[in-house]
Design a binder for this molecule. Structure first.
Ligand SMILES: NC(=O)c1ccc[n+]([C@@H]2O[C@H](COP(=O)([O-])OP(=O)(O)OC[C@H]3O[C@@H](n4cnc5c(N)ncnc54)[C@H](O)[C@@H]3O)[C@@H](O)[C@H]2O)c1
Length: 431
């Protein structure tokens, strides 16, 4: 794919989002399914009934009183049942939970049944499945809330990018679960950065240093495919590894501060030092990336998942006139004086995502976060590629990568056996 023909080459990214916005504007008003307006009931479906999916269903019901949860889908019946029970038990929303056995779907094709019954679908499975689910929703003219990340490899991300452009032409909403973009104090801090209050950006430091997360154990009745899907965090084909699955929230601040301009290259290191047991699948437990931009700006990211270590989720944007402490919601001069600090309440960012989603649908101007959602996801994949291979990875190399982590088939039996990446031994494809 050469630079001039691929819509997502770095050159086109650098030209900015203007062309995409223009195409979207031209296409506004076109939708493949007449959607509910005004006070009409919006039928919501949930795909992926885990912790976040259940939370998103609550958020959707609280965000707009004329929503009903009408369909749910999960790989596993027990996950769906647990989530449905939780939703039905809550008297604040129970009367709007209208899921029946006929609108409950399980297995790898569950998403189709859910989307076929919905006006708006919440996609909250493990990340590997987002691309086909998004594509099907947009094919069917259904608005989407898509949890982050939306892809674990470049071929899937290209698919998502194309789907988001199609959604724009069909006037369909794609709201991304990169939730800090809906958190008022962060939005206000970043607005000031983009308005130049800290001068020109010269460097960015982001960090997602965390402890360990859940592990769901094993069960003799599970096939390897079921085991990996239940413990999806630890298999990079399913989760994308920590940079995609978790640290993307921080990496996204870099994309935001850089106005979604693509870096020219990235180098990275990483490995698994503590989580070496087989139960931790094939993911690393720490990474560090350095991204380099044409302008000379450098962006540094580190992430870690290790028990007993210092937790730190902080992002700093260094400018010629000052520094933005994004999590501190303040701008500080180089001599340490606070130039501005956010005052007031932040609100519930998870709820806000849905408030804005439904408002935009009802206004006939659906939000489409596709552009930043995909670019930030690519930053994460690019960093991971740099660390896994031990090579310098260019943006075009990352975007055009043919490395697919997908299994040959989706059925309960053997599971993909991707080895732990060994830097220096694995070459990027294309080289
Ligand atoms: N924005 C945030 O702050 C935030 C927080 C937590 C999780 N997340 C994201 O939300 C997603 C879900 O995370 P979670 O913590 O709820 O995980 P989870 O394991 O609790 O839930 C995922 C559910 O999806 C189901 N599932 C997996 N593949 C499926 C498929 N093909 N079809 C239907 N169902 C399928 C699983 O069985 C499981 O019940 C992930 O992408 C994660 O990164 C975002």
């Amino acid at each position: 794919m050469n630079d001039s023909t691929h819509p997502t080459s770095r050159r086109d990214f650098l030209k900015g989002s203007a062309a995409v916005v223009a195409a979207g504007t031209l296409a506004s008003g076109i939708t493949s399914r007449a959607f509910a307006a005004g006070n009409d009931v919006l039928r919501v479906g949930l795909v992926g009934c885990g912790g976040r999916g259940t939370g998103a269903a609550f958020d959707a019901l609280f965000a707009d009183e004329n929503t009903q949860l009408v369909a749910m889908g999960d790989l596993f019946a027990d996950r769906l049942a647990g989530s449905l029970e939780k939703l039905k038990r809550d008297q604040r929303v129970a009367d709007r939970v209208r899921v029946t056995p006929d609108t409950s779907f399980t297995g790898f094709d569950a998403y189709k049944g859910v989307i076929d019954n919905a006006d708006v679908v919440l996609l909250a499975t493990s990340p590997h499945y987002r691309a086909p689910h998004l594509r099907y929703a947009v094919d069917k003219g259904v608005h989407v809330f898509a949890e982050k990340p939306v892809a674990t490899d470049a071929p899937m991300l290209r698919d998502v990018y194309e789907t988001c452009q199609r959604a724009k032409r069909k006037n369909l909403a794609i709201v991304s679960g990169l939730c800090w973009r809906y958190h008022k104090p962060k939005v206000e801090t970043m607005r000031r950065v983009l308005d130049g209050e800290i001068g020109e950006v010269v460097a960015i430091e982001t960090a997602y240093l965390a402890g360990t997360l859940w592990h769901r154990g094993d069960d003799p009745s599970w096939t390897p495919m079921e085991y990996q899907n239940r413990n999806w965090l630890y298999y990079n084909w399913l989760s994308g590894d920590q940079p995609c699955e978790q640290a993307i929230h921080s990496i996204d601040k870099q994309g935001w501060a850089m106005r979604e301009v693509a870096p020219k290259s990235c180098i990275g290191v990483g490995g698994r030092q503590v989580r070496t047991d087989e139960m931790w699948g094939n993911v690393y437990d720490h990474f560090h990336f350095t991204y380099e931009y044409d302008s000379g700006v450098r962006a540094y990211h580190q992430c870690r998942q290790m028990a007993g270590t210092r937790g730190q989720v902080r992002d700093y944007i260094m400018g010629t006139k000052g520094i933005a402490d994004v999590f501190g919601h303040k701008l500080v001069s180089h001599s340490g004086d606070v130039m501005w600090r956010f005052k007031g309440k932040g609100g519930n960012m998870y709820r806000n995502e849905h408030v804005e989603l439904f408002k935009s649908i009802r206004a006939g101007e659906p939000i489409n976060n596709g552009e930043y959602m995909c670019k930030s996801n690519m930053l994460a994949i690019m960093g991971r590629m740099a660390a896994y291979t031990g090579q310098k990875i260019t943006w075009d190399q990352a975007w055009n990568s043919e490395e697919s982590l997908a299994p040959e088939k989706y059925e309960w039996g053997p599971a993909p056996q991707h080895p732990v990446a060994m830097p220096g031994q694995q070459k990027p494809k294309p080289a």
